[in-house]
Write a protein of this length. Structure first.
Length: 84
C-alpha cells in the first residue's frame, strides 16, 4: 500500500470513526513529541507541544497508530494511554 492509496494528493483529510484526521497528523505528532521531550525546550514550548499532542491523539487513535506502535518514553505512553 502506498500513501496515495490512503489519501490522494488532492485530499487533505480523511474521516475515521467520525473524526477528521488531517494529512500531516503523524508528522505533527512526531515534531511535537520532539519539542515536548527536549530538555532544552522552555516550559512554554513544552506546554504548547503537549496541547498539540493532546489534540492529535484522538485522530491517531482512530487511525489505529497505537495498536501497532508504543512509545519508549513512559511519560509519553501515559499521555497516549490517557487519550483513549
Amino acid at each position: 500500500m502506498q500513501p496515495q492509496d490512503i489519501l490522494p494528493d488532492h485530499q487533505n483529510d480523511v474521516q475515521v470513526n467520525g473524526l477528521t484526521v488531517r494529512k500531516g497528523s503523524v508528522g505533527a505528532f512526531l515534531a511535537s513529541v520532539r519539542d515536548w521531550q527536549d530538555p532544552a525546550s522552555d516550559a512554554a514550548t513544552r506546554a504548547v507541544a503537549e496541547t498539540d499532542l493532546r489534540s492529535l491523539l484522538p485522530g491517531l487513535h482512530a487511525l489505529g497508530l497505537f495498536q501497532v506502535l508504543a512509545a519508549r518514553d513512559p511519560a509519553l505512553q501515559q499521555l497516549i494511554d490517557g487519550a483513549t
